[in-house]
Design a protein around this ligand. Structure first.
Ligand SMILES: NC(=O)CCC(=O)C(=O)O
Length: 270
């Protein structure tokens, strides 16, 4: 399967409408990919905290609508990255969305670990409280968003639900690039999943520099593709069977012993 990671810059002076139009032109260059992945809150701008309220949208809003159009045009899955979602009760969430080639939404995930270090995300957004795994041509697929990379128990929760591929939209600053590279590799090896991690680039509000280096890491820890710090597409060819192959040749997940296998809430059978 062919994956396209699209690193997006979200400069403060560009409106979300102009950004969607510009990004749409880059998405069109991904023709031939089976899955196109975008970063976290690229349309609103992750660090545009003052604008979250105004730029919040529902799953019927302009960013997901654009993703649905792009998916149909390309005949590919499009992971729209995440949006500032306004929920039915008015609460705001950081919600990741996957769209199938026919334009239907097949997976959503509300970021559980909202970020509060040099960030107003934790003050402005409500944390999600649910994990879901959806069947896809890339295997059972889940998502975690950016800061969630630091919380392995969330990832183990996805594995327990059957995930074999995990998409990670991110707005991870360049200041902690080493952590980004370490955690994306570590989660892939530890959870024996294919990690498809798409980061933002450029300079956002407050002069924060986003780190890029979007990457695809297989469950053996091989980095199949890694972008630089420029805006644009990075392509990667992935063997669809790689997760099953690694899990059967090196069956670490089968050897789990904690919580105790026969205890309530103990290790589920995989
Ligand atoms: N957007 C984020 O969640 C940023 C997370 C981050 O910078 C970090 O964990 O470090």
């Amino acid at each position: 399967m062919r994956i396209a990671l699209l690193q997006v810059a979200s400069p403060a002076e560009e409106s979300p409408d102009d950004r969607r139009t510009r990004v749409g032109r880059m998405v069109a260059e991904a023709r031939g990919a089976d899955l196109v992945v975008l970063p976290e809150l690229w349309a609103a701008g992750y660090f545009a905290f003052e604008s979250y309220e105004e730029r919040a949208e529902s799953l019927e809003g302009p960013t997901v609508a654009a993703g649905r159009r792009w998916a149909r045009d390309l005949g590919a899955h499009v992971h729209v990255g995440s949006i500032v979602e306004r929920g039915p009760d008015g609460s705001l969430y950081n919600t990741a969305v996957l769209v199938a080639p026919d334009g239907t939404i097949t997976h959503t995930y509300r970021k559980v670990h909202v970020f509060g270090y040099a960030s107003r995300e934790a003050e402005l957004l409500t944390p999600g409280d649910a994990l879901e795994v959806a069947p896809t041509p890339f295997g059972p697929l889940g998502a975690t968003t950016c800061y969630d990379l630091r919380f392995p128990e969330l990832w183990r929760g996805l594995v327990d639900l059957g995930a074999k591929t995990v998409v990670v939209p991110a707005a991870w600053p360049a200041a902690r690039r080493e952590h980004w590279q370490l955690f994306t590799t570590c989660r892939a090896v530890e959870e024996q999943v294919l990690v498809i991690a798409c980061n933002a680039v450029g300079i956002q509000e407050g002069g924060v520099v986003l780190g890029g280096h979007s990457r695809v890491v297989d469950p053996w820890g091989r980095v199949l593709a890694e972008a630089g710090t420029e805006e644009g597409l990075t392509f990667c060819e992935v063997d669809a069977d790689v997760v099953d192959t690694v899990r059967s040749q090196f069956p670490v997940l089968r050897d789990r012993r904690w919580p105790a296998v026969d205890a309530p809430g103990g290790v589920p059978a995989l």
